[in-house]
Design a protein around this ligand. Structure first.
Ligand SMILES: [Ca+2]
Ligand SMILES: [Ca+2]
Ligand SMILES: [Ca+2]
Length: 488
């Protein structure tokens, strides 16, 4: 518990910095058990600004004056106020390298926009192998990531339980994808018909009383609707303006693309469920408010594993950017017995190897909560990805994260984000590594449903295969290994 006086100082220290911001966006946490949420809100009436009650004592306030915010912080019902820190994906596929960016713009400038628009720009599709009658996944043989972690050895024990749910907190999921649809979690409380014979998923009623109306397929916290659908990549827009659509769909495939269905690929846990929670826009941006709500949704609606390929870059030296709200949400997830798998992050251009010395570590991966597993990325040769953050004491394990094949939006499969106008970008990142570990946790937990999150985490870390590239770089000095894990 934090002292109130300290909080005011903390709040004021930020307010100076934020005064320059055109728009103020804050999260208000009410005191535990305080039931005067409405009277608190009525305090704000007559002031200009927007109030959004997020549920369970959380309120988002935007565009209030500093004076009003200060008065709010002194209200006895308020535990603390913090900025609604931006969070996002850890890699943006906008061309970062200025030389390549200039080259791309030069090459584009030789064409009219009409010509550029007419250039074929579909998401790259992996060549389809003929479907196999024996049930095998035709692209499994090309999934180096599954081979390196010996996933198929683990599937001899189990392919996962359909009761086991992994939440993907990301840009959404193409839940119509042939290899994901059979493994999509559906909210049982919004399925079927209500007393009046109407479809519960479209009756406009929160049938299960979980605070979300018609949330059959999960929830879109960014757009505030019940369709957490991922968007397809437009390579031209991506290269010019950045963003990262399709990211959540790619992550989902490596957790739980359906296995042994004669189609496409297989995820690490080929028979578990994926819960689609969209809180990051196709531009790769989200906020703490939406992350907190997505984490709580996952935990409250039955997910045992949360796959988190996103983050923010951390604290200032004075600690004023400590994201208390996000920390509380992860503590809540721990208290509810869930594992929180987090991407270790990708170093910024030209730096970024040794996050141990970095004063602004990527969070939430660097948070010191026991239920977090922080994941670095390795390539086909089991070398550390050139971009991958690492930390001898802060990063736990390596998993495949360079040129990874998975499901992509529009019912496709690819190991490339785009292949356009001479720019060939593969799906790389600790973002891609993280879902492999999330899938592993779900697979092991399926076999041992009575084990605790701590036992599952210990098994994953103890069974890591030692590898020279991770010596001194992660706590386990090893790579995820499903064969060994399933023998634990
Ligand atoms: Ca509901
Ligand atoms: Ca409903
Ligand atoms: Ca498949």
């Amino acid at each position: 518990m934090i002292l109130f006086r300290g909080l005011i100082a903390y709040f004021l220290s930020f307010s100076l910095a934020s005064a320059a911001q055109a728009q103020s966006d804050y999260l208000v946490k009410l005191q535990e058990g305080f039931d005067q949420q409405q009277s608190f809100i009525s305090l704000l009436h007559g002031q200009s600004g927007q109030v959004e009650v997020l549920a369970r004592g959380w309120i988002r306030v935007q565009n209030f004056s500093q004076t009003t915010l200060h008065r709010m912080s002194e209200n006895p019902s308020v535990e603390y106020i913090q900025p609604n820190y931006p969070l996002g994906l850890l890699k943006n596929y906008q061309i970062q390298d200025p030389l390549r960016r200039a080259a791309f713009q030069r090459s584009m400038s030789r064409h009219s926009w009409a010509e550029v628009s007419a250039m074929p720009a579909d998401n790259p599709t992996f060549p389809r192998a003929p479907s196999q009658k024996n049930g095998n996944d035709p692209l499994l043989a090309t999934q180096w990531s599954m081979a390196n972690i010996e996933a198929s050895e683990g599937w001899k024990k189990t392919q996962g339980s359909s009761e086991m749910i992994v939440a993907i907190l990301d840009t959404g999921v193409d839940y119509t994808h042939e290899d994901l649809l059979p493994n999509m979690w559906r909210n049982p409380g919004e399925e079927g018909t209500d007393a009046a014979g109407r479809d519960k998923s479209t009756n406009g009623i929160d049938d299960d009383g979980n605070g979300y109306v018609d949330d059959l397929m999960g929830w879109d916290f960014a757009a505030k609707d019940n369709k957490p659908f991922d968007l397809a990549v437009d390579p031209k827009q991506l290269l010019i303006s950045g963003g990262n659509p399709g990211h959540g769909t790619h992550c989902s495939g490596n957790v739980a693309a359906r296995g042994f269905n004669s189609l496409g690929i297989a995820g690490v846990a080929p028979n578990v469920k994926v819960m689609a929670l969209r809180f990051i826009s196709e531009k790769g941006q989200g906020t703490t408010a939406d992350a907190v709500m997505a984490i709580r949704y996952a935990v409250d609606n039955g997910a045992k594993v949360l796959s988190n390929s996103w983050g923010g870059e951390g604290s200032r030296s004075d600690g004023s950017e400590e994201n208390l709200a996000l920390k509380e949400a992860i503590q809540y997830a721990e208290a509810k017995g869930t594992l929180f798998i987090a991407a270790a992050g990708n170093g910024r251009a030209g730096t970024g190897y040794d996050m141990d010395k970095d004063p602004t570590p990527v969070y939430p991966a660097s948070y010191d909560f026991e239920n977090i597993i922080s994941v670095a990325a390795i390539d086909v040769k089991n070398e550390l990805g050139a971009f991958s953050n690492w930390g001898a004491t802060s990063v736990d394990i390596g998993a495949p994260g360079v040129a990874v094949l998975s499901t992509t939006v529009g019912g496709k499969y690819s190991d490339k984000v785009l292949d356009f106008a001479g720019f060939d970008i593969t799906w790389d990142g600790t973002s891609m590594a993280t879902p492999h570990v999330a899938g592993a946790a779900a697979l092991y937990w399926s076999l041992h449903p009575n084990k605790t999150w701590r036992e599952v985490k210990d098994a994953i870390l103890k069974s890591a295969a030692p590898t020279p590239a991770l010596r001194g770089k992660t706590t386990t000095e090893g790579i995820l290994n499903i064969k060994s894990l399933m023998n634990m």
